[in-house]
Design a protein around this ligand. Structure first.
Ligand SMILES: Cc1cc2nc3c(=O)[nH]c(=O)nc-3n(C[C@H](O)[C@H](O)[C@H](O)COP(=O)(O)O)c2cc1C
Length: 128
């Protein structure tokens, strides 16, 4: 028997609608350009999900305007812990948003057969 925890963590939007469970969805837009194609595409996904369940709450982070410095590869976050990261920016704020979300949509443009640099930096900054 699937319980509430199952639906909270493992359901797709269509099942969530059936279950009537409220979820917070975080959108991380990894384009170096604000409101570009990646943003528009993720918003299309958001609108489709809202059609399926209007109880969904969305928050959007556009990395282009986030205060997240570039990882300098010092390894301190991995060896001593993230609290020792020498970069002073909004990493902690972003981490709290990541942790409090029930689901995360990562959106990135393809730049030279890969994710954008700004999305890769975002992932590197949370390597710990
Ligand atoms: C530097 C650069 C490299 C790109 N490389 C690729 C690629 O390898 N493959 C591809 O299909 N599109 C590539 N594109 C096209 C972008 O993925 C496409 O225009 C995308 O919609 C841009 O999204 P944005 O408006 O959110 O930045 C590239 C665009 C740029 C600026």
């Amino acid at each position: 028997m699937r319980n509430e925890t199952f639906y909270k963590y493992y359901t797709t939007p269509s099942i969530i609608k059936t279950g009537g469970i409220f979820m917070k969805i975080l959108e991380v837009i990894g384009s170096p350009k604000n409101n570009g194609n990646t943003y528009k595409t993720v918003k299309m996904v958001e609108n489709r999900i809202k059609e399926l369940d209007s109880d969904m709450e969305f928050e959007t982070i556009q990395l282009a305007t986030s205060n997240l410095k570039t990882c300098n590869g010092c390894y301190v976050c991995l060896s001593r812990g993230e609290n020792y990261c020498p970069l002073k920016d909004d990493r902690e704020l972003l981490e709290s948003k990541l942790k409090s979300a029930d689901a995360i949509i990562f959106g990135t443009p393809v730049y030279t057969y890969n994710v954008s640099w700004i999305m890769k930096n975002f992932l590197d900054r949370f390597a710990y």
